[in-house]
Design a protein around this ligand. Structure first.
Ligand SMILES: NC(=O)c1ccc[n+]([C@@H]2O[C@H](COP(=O)([O-])OP(=O)(O)OC[C@H]3O[C@@H](n4cnc5c(N)ncnc54)[C@H](OP(=O)(O)O)[C@@H]3O)[C@@H](O)[C@H]2O)c1
Length: 236
């Protein structure tokens, strides 16, 4: 049985990854900031009591990353896939990312969660990823992180955070190539979640199912790529 570890599983795409990996028979470690509020995860736990583990984790907090590692390391021998999914569009939900509204603390928070935390999570959980062959780190990025495709102004913090995440994906893939750990940046499309909003054209089920299939086919030869949910390479 393969083990997948997903951050930001309380809702949106993280919750959909959790559901679909459970349906596929994976051992799933679903982490979220406030498990007591994550009703959907508790409902899944009733159904998948043997294969779902719930872990409290704010990805930006070192002590919580350390504790999560200890808890997981005690129970699991290894991790096959780490999905760095947790993310925010703006620090306090007020979209302080456009010219005229740029706000230092807000910007730094977006970078901390969207860019730095996936790197620190990958670093922390490396000992468990190293224990399997063909382990994978999946960074949930966005087309907004493509410098080449950025033709509009605005959204400074979110776009910058995902461009930085793309660079981190590339550097990490170089560092981990010898260990045969595949690192990918995958953009899921515009999807109806709290972040994507109601006008998004896609619902989570289909793109997440495509990403799960895509991840299953990817190997070390593909490491360091920036891909759509359909596996098409995107320009950096
Ligand atoms: N939806 C889209 O259209 C779209 C498009 C491109 C890329 N993405 C990317 O896909 C990922 C998931 O997006 P989504 O649409 O599912 O967003 P969402 O519905 O807003 O959910 C975000 C998730 O991240 C968690 N989170 C936020 N800060 C965290 C932290 N410090 N530590 C741990 N968890 C934290 C949230 O937990 P709480 O419940 O505790 O707040 C929530 O579970 C993000 O990285 C996003 O940038 C989404």
């Amino acid at each position: 049985m393969k083990t997948v570890f997903i951050t930001g599983s309380s809702r949106g795409l993280g919750l959909e990854f959790t559901k679909q990996y459970l349906e596929k028979g994976y051992l799933v470690i679903a982490s979220c900031r406030t498990p007591e509020k994550a009703k959907a995860l508790h409902d899944l736990k009733m159904q998948y009591s043997d294969t779902l583990s719930l872990i409290q984790l704010d990805v930006t907090k070192e002590k919580e990353r350390d504790r999560a590692f200890d808890e997981i390391n005690e129970v699991f021998d290894s991790i096959d896939i780490l999905i760095n999914n947790a993310g925010i569009i703006s620090g306090d939900g007020k979209n302080l990312y456009n010219l005229g509204d740029v706000h230092k603390e807000d910007f730094m928070k977006v970078l901390e969660i969207n860019s730095l935390a996936p790197l620190l999570m990958s670093e922390k959980f490396l000992p468990l990823l190293e224990k399997v062959t063909n382990a994978k780190i999946i960074n949930m990025t966005s087309q907004n992180g493509s410098i080449t495709q950025r033709t509009q102004g605005g959204k400074y913090s979110y776009c910058t955070s995902k461009a930085a995440l793309n660079m981190i994906t590339k550097i990490l893939s170089n560092d981990l190539r010898e260990k045969e750990i595949t690192v990918l940046a995958i953009q899921p499309g515009w999807i109806q979640t709290d972040m994507g909003g109601v006008n998004a054209p896609l619902k989570p089920a289909e793109p997440i199912s495509k990403i799960i299939e895509l991840v299953e086919t990817k190997e070390i030869a593909d490491t360091g790529k920036f891909l759509t949910q359909e596996g098409k390479e995107l320009p950096w």
